[in-house]
Design a protein around this ligand. Structure first.
Ligand code: SAH
Length: 355
């Protein structure tokens, strides 16, 4: 049985799936899920993320987080957490860059929120010296000061899609067309959760909501508000999302999201305004949404690149220059990716994210 076969069987028994149910199985089904079964990163994989492009990304994020810890009078002990750590590269680079911050490592309990057993195994090998602990969700993070990073985590959370009618909405659903999966629309129905989107949309527009983000942000923001800390959330998306952003990528190429369930990475743009509002409701302050390139430049990525470049020449130097460009240039990842910081209302925003 393939994942497609399994989904077709479920559709014939219980009817069409929401996009969220489909995404969730494609990414995390224990037997066939994309993340559950493989290491998708790097040149030979399906896509490359910022920490896999260059060590500078994790180093610079680490310095912002450690400075936020210093600014909040070095809480000890505290939780140093990452959501969806992938290969563990970002946390490894962060730890190396912060080794010189007196007391930071000694006070940190490293916690990794990761659903994939395959990736947990890679993280265990990569981060053994930090003695990390794993958890399935943020609810089980300690009630303690929380300093947290997440890169390309929220874009992997399942979204639902709705098409605007006159005053109601029709949900975009996935059903069967012979042996293939196909998009369709549910019945026109009011959606109280989308009342605020009636103001900025017209009939025919598509909006996306990510129910799964709410408990994650609430769990993080409540800890930061109560105990102190900071969160750096990096992802692609914008302040306000409008339109269909569901995307499938395999072998570095976009593909049809329904064509190969479980074989391609599925993501959607992050609606940062929704995350910021949830954080605020939980009593936490949030920074201005800042382009990744601006954030990295403010934290000195160019000086770091110049230092790393000193002993290099030829192709090594070229690849460092191109990594710096990919991370920061507005035409590459610099503007597409954004950073949102969460912090206690009584503290200063994390460095790099000041208004
Ligand atoms: N941060 C890494 C990996 C990004 S890919 C990097 O930048 O390279 C998304 C990561 O989130 C993977 O580790 C994936 O297994 C994990 N993930 C996806 N959905 C998750 C969920 N619902 N709960 C926990 N981890 C999840």
């Amino acid at each position: 049985m393939s994942l497609r076969g399994l989904l077709l069987e479920r559709i014939s028994q219980t009817g069409p799936l929401s996009v969220a149910q489909y995404m969730s199985d494609c990414l995390l089904h224990p037997e066939f899920g994309y993340y559950a079964t493989r290491d998708p990163f790097g040149a030979r994989g399906d896509f490359t993320t910022a920490p896999e492009i260059s060590q500078m990304f994790g180093e610079v994020l680490g310095l912002s987080l450690a400075q936020a810890w210093l600014d909040q009078d070095r809480p000890d002990p505290f939780t140093l957490a990452e959501l969806g750590p992938g290969r563990g590269t970002l946390m490894a680079d962060l730890l190396r860059a912060t080794a010189g911050v007196p007391g930071f490592h000694a006070a940190a309990q490293v916690m990794l929120v990761e659903a994939s057993p395959t990736l947990r195994q890679m993280q265990a090998e990569r981060l053994a010296s930090a003695d990390p602990h794993w958890t399935d969700n943020v609810d089980t993070l300690p009630q303690a000061p929380l300093f947290l990073i997440a890169n390309e985590f929220f874009d992997a959370l399942p979204i639902r899609q709705f098409i605007r009618e006159t005053s109601g909405w029709r949900e975009r659903l996935i059903g069967a067309q012979g042996e293939a999966l196909a998009f369709g629309l549910g019945a026109d129905a009011p959606q109280p959760g989308l009342a605020h989107r009636l103001e900025d949309t017209e009939p025919g527009d598509l909006v996306e909501i990510c129910d799964a983000a709410r408990p994650v942000i609430t769990g993080i923001a409540a800890r930061i508000a109560a105990h102190g800390g900071a969160a750096l959330l990096v992802d692609y998306g914008d302040w306000h999302s409008l339109g269909n952003t569901l995307q499938a990528v395999r072998h570095h190429q976009k593909t049809d999201p329904l064509a190969e369930p479980g074989q391609a990475d599925l993501t959607a743009h992050v609606d940062f305004e929704a995350l910021a509002q949830i954080a605020q409701q939980a009593g936490c302050a949030h920074t201005r949404l800042t382009p990744q390139g601006v954030f990295l430049e403010r934290l000195g990525i160019t000086e770091r690149a110049q230092n790393l470049a000193k002993p290099l020449s030829g192709s090594e130097l070229q690849s460092l220059i191109s990594a710096h460009r990919r991370l920061t240039h507005p035409g590459e990842m610099g503007n597409l990716f954004k950073v949102l910081g969460l912090y206690p209302a009584t503290a200063n925003p994390p460095p790099g994210l000041e208004a």
